[in-house]
Design a protein around this ligand. Structure first.
Ligand code: UDP
Length: 500
């Protein structure tokens, strides 16, 4: 199972593309700064996914190792190794099934220890895989947890699952342990699984012990930077009482070097292995080239979400009535197979034709070259579900946002973007909420208005973009804070191993 190479660090992400990719990026970054060999361990299909990502951008110091996993043993469809395309009612089983990796992971680590003269410096595990802390303790290896989210969103997620404060009040609004009184949360911020959780459901039975165990690790790594989330980081550190190293934001390198003065230093799209765009990046760029600076609204709900049929109709009318240029990643609405052929009836009659004739809007089916779009100077705002990757990608380009959070920690990200950073307004929240075309039009016009609130939001987003670039700066006299944090983390694990 283990390779003959000396493994310095073992990493184990949650089985979801949104976790695998930041783990791979972190592994590359550590290898790049230290020359360490890193093994990333996961289930066979996820290793296959990582192998194809690595094939496109080989890094010799990274090895991949499979752990046996049979989804059918957990009441899941055959070959289910990620949440993608999984019916909502089975996602709880999927999370629960990940704990079955504990025994094979333990064997994998034993195998490494037998073959190597030096033990690995540490295990870096997903914050959702608290069970690795037990394995690490038994084997006398250090364990650190990596949260692929930001500090504010992670803390809200952690505290909500551990405390379930909304279950202790009749009010729809409540305060959350770890946050000051002024940061009131609302039940509409919570995904339906969390809203209904009572400590005995499948979700609580997974998250509560996993997060509690991750709080027993030696420290957390967080995909953010000190300068962009000072408030969230302060709260997170006080709450978890562990060292937190801010090693992010983890973003594709070209996104951080590409600028509007040098817009064509290579296409970024290759970073997204395994997804076929509904339009070529070149065509998308050609369309954007025809638009005015800071004029286009980009609309996308991440890799897994879609909206309801009625949302689609109201959004389409609102967009058209706003008169604002836009690119919209359209997918079959909720209730239809995500891979289904797109039907004209999902949009207002004649909408596609009108948008194409007037050139007001570009409709992209299923998947768009998001990084190309966000880094183009014509893009001014992003209507997003506020997934953490989309958020960082948008802010790194100084693009203000319109939030429409749907699941996971997106509601807390959106809350932070609006209340703490001032770079977003929320259009609506959740999948059950209703929206009207008038509301869509009003929000778009307010955000795109360069003089009023939209202009302020843009200035703030541009400030954050500067902070992001500074935080990850490797060259020059001053090392960025996130590079420094990674170096500090490495020195810490080396020193702690010497003391063991
Ligand atoms: N993405 C993309 N094209 C799309 C939709 C999404 O390239 O049409 C990428 C996007 O750039 C981001 C990721 O998919 O890197 C979505 O991650 P995020 O954390 O925002 O949301 P999730 O998919 O995990 O809900």
């Amino acid at each position: 199972m283990a390779s003959q190479q000396q493994i310095d660090i073992v990493m184990i992400p949650m089985m979801a593309h949104g976790h695998l990719i930041p783990f791979l990026a972190l592994a590359k970054q550590i290898h790049h700064r230290t020359g360490f060999t890193i093994a990333i361990v996961n289930t066979p299909l996820n290793i296959q996914y990582l192998r194809s990502a690595l094939h496109k951008d080989p890094t010799p110091g990274i090895t991949l190792a499979e752990l046996p996993f049979n989804s059918a043993d957990h009441g899941l469809p055959p070959n289910t190794e990620s949440t993608e395309n999984l019916p909502l009612d089975l996602i709880g089983n999927f999370f629960a099934s990940s704990v079955s990796l504990k025994a094979p992971f333990h064997n994998f680590m034993l195998d490494i220890l037998q073959k190597q003269t030096k033990r690995p410096l540490c295990i870096i595990s997903d914050v959702f895989f608290g069970w690795t802390v037990d394995v690490a303790k038994i084997l006398g290896i250090l364990n650190y947890s990596f949260t692929t989210g930001g500090a504010y969103g992670t803390l809200a997620y952690v505290s909500l699952w551990l405390n379930l404060p909304h279950r202790q009040t009749d009010s729809e609004e409540f305060s959350l342990p770890g946050f000051p009184q002024r940061c009131r949360f609302h039940v509409s911020h919570l995904h339906r699984f969390l809203r209904n959780a009572d400590g005995t459901d499948i979700w609580s039975r997974f998250f509560q012990p996993q997060i509690s165990s991750s709080l027993q690790s030696s420290g957390w790594l967080c995909n953010t930077a000190e300068e962009i989330e000072p408030f969230g980081l302060d709260l997170l550190r006080k709450y978890i009482k562990l060292p937190v190293w801010t090693i992010g934001p983890i973003l594709p390198k070209p996104l951080l070097t590409k600028s509007s003065t040098n817009p064509s230093n290579g296409l970024l799209y290759k970073q997204h292995a395994g997804k076929e765009p509904g339009i070529s990046p070149e065509k998308c760029l050609q369309w954007l080239d025809l638009q005015g600076t800071d004029s286009v609204l980009y609309i996308s709900f991440g890799s897994q979400n879609t909206i309801s049929a009625s949302h689609m109709i109201e959004l389409a009318f609102g967009l058209e009535e706003s008169g604002n240029p836009f690119i919209w990643v359209i997918r079959p609405p909720i209730g239809f197979d995500m891979k289904a052929e797109f039907r004209a009836e999902w949009l207002p009659e004649g909408f596609e034709e009108r948008m194409s004739e007037s050139k007001q809007g570009l409709l992209v089916k299923n998947w768009a070259p998001q990084l190309e779009i966000l880094s183009h100077e014509s893009t001014g705002a992003f209507l997003s579900h506020c997934g953490w990757n989309s958020t960082l990608e948008s802010l790194s380009q100084g693009v203000r946002m319109i939030g429409w959070p749907m699941a996971a920690e997106q509601g807390y990200n959106s809350k932070m973007l609006v209340e703490e950073m001032g770079v977003a307004v929320e259009l609506t929240r959740g999948l059950q909420s209703s929206i009207s075309r008038e509301q869509v039009k009003k929000v778009i016009q307010m955000v795109m208005d360069k003089q009023g609130k939209g202009g302020d939001m843009k200035k703030k987003a541009q400030e954050i973009a500067k902070h992001i670039r500074a935080a990850v700066r490797e060259e020059g006299k001053e090392k960025g804070s996130s590079i420094q944090a990674l170096d500090d983390f490495i020195s810490t694990i080396i020193r702690k191993n010497e003391e063991l």
